[in-house]
Design a protein around this ligand. Structure first.
Ligand code: GLA
Length: 689
């Protein structure tokens, strides 16, 4: 991982004060200019103070090779700026124009089978193409030269969602780049052979030139897992290098103008290693789309907390989310009424100092005409636009009250997330397809919230070991270094939760031998010899296990065959004898050095974890940590605690009444009376404490 860039935030326009940024993607090029004045009027009405412009405008900015038309964009930016609306300007390189791909089809990326991915949508370029790189960097240069010193441009929005559509390219350009990447990482071909375990299935390579991408191998066959894992690393790195090249051109011409690129961090999203990317931006920004259904709010809070972790608690930017339905799911559910304000304030609570949407005005045509926006098809007279105005007013009030400059108060509990563990657990020849990394951190975040505890979600490379309590949920890959940190953390008094599927492989996904979890068996005081995956695709196979604490395990259980003398079994299975699982320990508490651990040897899901947590916390002497799980409480404060805010969200579908401290400064679907807040479903209150 590279050295982190210094955090730097888009500054207000000349003469304006520092406020929470509020706005969205603005695509004036989709509309006749008469609409622009109405856009500005409505933006003012909603309290919008920043928009992202030009993201998909390459074909309009450079309509023919070498011919540039900045006039329309100048007029749009000028209108915005004069109205006090700042611009987050795109490099405009995300979607190459037709003339380019017609002249240079070699920039198009290739799928696993070597088929060309044609233009017709966006991101139809390969990051390893020297030709594409030249065109894209040239556009960056032109954009920077033209907008250098423009008083209304406050940040660069470099490309857009790298890898959303072109994450894996299997072209010959990619092959050559992969060979180089392997050489840099491993130095010798023998080291690659060792890392990928090529002694298996005669995959030995004599030279770097024998390295090919993980191209199509026929259905039902299994790609070398080491190669596959490295291809995910490589693909993240190669897109990152492309971003860095764009960034460096922009920065060389407009030094000091903060740069970002929009990540796609959500509970299940693991395309690129965003924690690694976080080091390369001036401020991190995210695109997040809600998960319809019962997980909606918790997942928003979870993903926002992970962003705060990726940002190392520096202010971050919510670059896109939706006011309601998206257009890309099989069923595009409407967002629950009230969630415009509630979801955005959850992001603010978790450290966002900017709230933006995709997109300002709902398109009339094109692939995203059914995607919600700030100004819907229905226009100004609509509930969505009224919510957008209400949110603008709330963000304005929070700015007045001094929220800027505060940060999310560190929780006592860190739930660890790891991109590489996700990548390794996605492999199709693992013990089961029912388990991979990402669901478990979310279940823990939710189960802790059910017990009234708001955890911080933090990347494995961050300072999780500086928390009082840490959770390693299905952190499948555990390097020597992480294993050492685990050991020191607990020895020095840390409280650690570890689950099944943690610490199985090292950084090359080579199994730690001698019984699982190989590198930290002594710390957690258990030894696992086998796994008992569960499912219902084979009649009569084991499909669940009851625990004697009243919970039920699904999908996966460890066969724990021995426990340390220092340990206590908190729960065991109650099962028929033929299963071999009766009385096998399921949850085991242990003491190691000055610390305590609890090992959860099966998948209990959010409900089972929530129910088991009081006893698990009790075994660690942490019983008084629990609170009211009907609400999620998040605090933000500055270093001197002169400004201290609490956000209280209703997590249920019923109204809740809870005690609160301080003066209510914002409330949506809620009211506060004499230290008691009544919060409706989808409601929130913000208090100054
Ligand atoms: C992504 C893109 C946007 C838009 C939205 C739709 O986040 O960056 O341009 O396509 O998805 O949800």
């Amino acid at each position: 991982m590279s050295k982190r860039r210094k955090h730097s935030w888009p500054q207000p326009l000349k003469g304006a004060e520092s406020r929470l940024w509020y706005g969205g993607d603005y695509n004036p090029d989709q509309w006749p200019e008469e609409v622009w004045d109405d856009d500005i009027r409505l933006m003012k009405k909603a309290g919008v103070n920043l928009v992202s412009v030009g993201i998909f405008s390459w074909a309009k900015i450079e309509p023919e090779e070498g011919k540039y038309d900045f006039d329309w964009l100048d007029r749009a930016i000028d209108k915005l700026g004069k109205a006090g609306i700042a611009v987050d300007l795109a490099s405009a390189t995300a979607s190459p124009p037709m003339w380019l791909t017609q002249a240079h089809p070699e920039v198009l990326w290739k799928d696993e089978r070597g088929d060309t991915v044609w233009p017709g949508a966006r991101e139809h370029w390969r990051p390893t193409s020297p030709v594409f790189r030249e065109y894209a960097l040239n556009l960056c240069r032109r954009m920077a030269e033209h907008y250098k010193g423009n008083p209304y441009v406050v940040a660069w929005h470099v490309s857009n969602e790298y890898g959303c559509h072109n994450r894996f390219d299997y072209s010959d350009d990619a092959m050559r780049a992969f060979q180089k990447w392997c050489k840099k990482r491993y130095k010798t071909i023998d080291a690659v052979n060792e890392a990928w375990g090529t002694a298996f299935w005669a995959q030995h390579m004599n030279d770097f030139s024998e390295i090919i991408p993980p191209r199509y191998i026929g259905d039902g066959n299994f790609m070398n897992p080491g190669k596959l894992l490295d291809y995910k690393r490589f693909s993240s790195d190669v897109l990152k290098e492309f971003y860095i090249a764009e960034r460096d051109v922009l920065e060389s011409i407009t030094p000091g103008l903060p740069l970002t690129t929009n990540f796609m961090v959500s509970a299940g999203g693991s395309m690129l290693d965003y924690d690694d990317w976080g080091a390369e931006v001036d401020f991190v920004s995210n695109d997040h789309y809600f998960t319809p259904g019962e997980a909606h709010f918790d997942e928003v809070a979870y993903a926002a907390s992970l962003m705060d972790g990726i940002s190392r608690k520096e202010p971050w930017f919510q670059m896109e989310h939706s006011t309601s339905a998206v257009n890309w799911r099989p069923i595009n559910y409407r967002a629950e009424p009230g969630s415009v304000v509630r979801d955005s304030l959850a992001q603010v609570a978790m450290g966002a100092d900017a709230i933006c949407y995709f997109q300002w005005r709902q398109s009339k045509a094109g692939a995203e005409k059914w995607h919600s926006s700030m100004v819907p098809h229905a226009g100004e007279d609509s509930q969505i636009f009224r919510d957008v105005c209400e949110l603008g007013a709330d963000l304005g009030r929070l700015s007045d009250e001094g929220l800027m400059g505060t940060k999310t108060v560190k929780s006592k509990v860190a739930v660890v997330f790891d991109y590489e563990s996700q990548w390794a657990t996605e492999y199709t020849a693992n013990p089961t397809q029912q388990v991979n990394h990402w669901t478990e951190p979310l279940d823990w975040f939710r189960a802790l919230a059910d017990n009234g505890i708001t955890a911080d979600v933090v990347p494995v490379r961050s300072d999780w070991d500086s928390y009082e309590i840490a959770v390693l949920p299905c952190v499948y890959m555990m390097s020597e270094e992480t294993s050492r940190r685990v050991r020191e953390f607990v020895a020095n008094g840390g409280k650690l939760f570890v689950t099944y599927y943690t610490g199985l492989g090292d950084e090359n996904d080579h199994i730690w031998l001698g019984g699982y979890p190989g590198s930290i068996r002594d710390v957690v005081g258990v030894r696992v010899e086998e796994f008992a995956p569960m499912g219902n695709d084979m009649p009569g196979a084991l499909d669940h296990l009851d625990l004697d604490n009243g919970t039920v395990a699904h999908d996966f259980a460890d066969v724990i065959t021995s426990t340390a003398d220092t340990s206590t079994v908190l729960a065991s299975y109650k099962a028929e004898r033929w299963t071999g699982m009766n009385e096998v320990p399921a949850i085991v508490a242990n003491g190691y050095g000055d610390g305590r651990t609890v090992y959860v040897g099966c998948r209990l899901g959010r409900q089972g974890l929530a129910k088991s947590l009081p006893a698990m916390l009790g075994s660690m002497g942490l019983s008084d940590l629990a609170g009211d799980g009907r609400v999620l409480r998040v605090e933000r404060a500055d270093a001197a605690a002169a400004n201290h805010f609490e956000f209280v969200f209703n997590r249920t579908h019923e109204p809740v009444t809870v005690d609160v401290e301080g003066e209510a400064i914002a409330a949506s679907l809620a009211h506060v009376d004499d230290g008691r807040a009544t919060i409706d479903p989808t409601g929130v209150v913000v208090l100054r404490r």
